[in-house]
Design a protein around this ligand. Structure first.
Ligand code: AP5
Ligand code: ZN
Length: 214
């Protein structure tokens, strides 16, 4: 099964990806996590991406498309994958079509901007795995520590309010058009499209998504 998770920054894509991945046994491909790993490793790609990410801007389509194509070609993606944070521009979506990569189901998670700004201040992440928590809505078992490894959780550098607002502007400008793009593709019978209210609890969103994907 090939799935796209579509939604604004902070809508809960990474959070839901963790559950979907475990439930259906397919790998999560998070372009944000891949870029953060490159930043941490200090690779040339990471050095280039860091400035752009910290400013809440998008890295270039060519760079991201190359990264995703390479990842999808790996063996563990043969039985399917879950795209989280890609595509987020029309050229990125067109590149999928041009490369013959069909998508079975597009899952949109919808959350209003103001709710997102509130959420982001409480987000904590485990840098090694990308596992995501929230101090109130999805707390780790031990405060400040990852549930699996016990390692420290951190605040993402792009979660400052001004940067979150910038990311939301870019989402509305460049990524939101994909709602119509995939809506049209679904109307033509070339994928399925389901939209979910992302303001429900984490477990309610998961239950609804899992049901739709069955
Ligand atoms: P990326 O890492 O993809 O960031 P994003 O899309 O902005 O999304 P987030 O990871 O911020 O949010 P999320 O939807 O995963 O929410 P989460 O589950 O964490 O990209 C980062 C940067 O990389 C981009 O800005 C760009 O520069 C670059 N980049 C990446 N992909 C790119 C591409 N394709 N092209 C170009 N550039 C690219 O949840 C958020 C918080 O809310 C958490 O604390 C969580 O616990 C909490 N939460 C989740 N669900 C709920 C709920 N139902 N109720 C209450 N709280 C909840
Ligand atoms: Zn994420």
């Amino acid at each position: 099964m090939r799935i796209i998770l579509l939604g604004a920054p902070g809508a809960g894509k990474g959070t839901q990806a963790q559950f979907i991945m475990e439930h259906f046994g397919i790998p999560q491909i998070s372009t944000g996590d891949m870029l953060r790993a490159a930043v941490k490793a200090g690779t040339p790609l990471g050095l280039e991406a860091k400035k752009v990410m910290d400013a809440g801007q998008l890295v270039s389509d060519d760079l991201i498309i190359g990264l995703v194509k390479e990842r999808i070609a790996q063996d563990d993606c043969a039985k399917g994958f879950l795209l989280d944070g890609f595509p987020r521009t029309i050229p990125q979506a067109d590149a999928m079509v041009a490369n013959g990569i069909a998508i079975d189901h597009v899952i949109e998670i919808d959350v209003p901007d103001e709710e997102i700004v509130k959420r982001m201040s409480g987000r904590r992440v485990h840098p090694g795995s990308g596992r995501t928590y929230h101090v109130v809505f999805n707390p780790p078992k031990v405060e400040g520590k990852d549930d699996v490894t016990g390692e420290e959780l951190v605040i993402r550098p792009d979660d400052e309010e001004a940067t979150v607002r910038k990311r939301l502007d870019i989402y509305h400008e460049q990524t939101k058009p994909l709602v119509d793009y995939y809506g049209k593709m679904a109307a033509e019978g070339n994928t399925k499209y389901s939209k979910f209210d992302g303001t429900q609890s984490v477990s309610d969103v998961t239950a609804a998504v899992v049901e739709a994907l069955k």
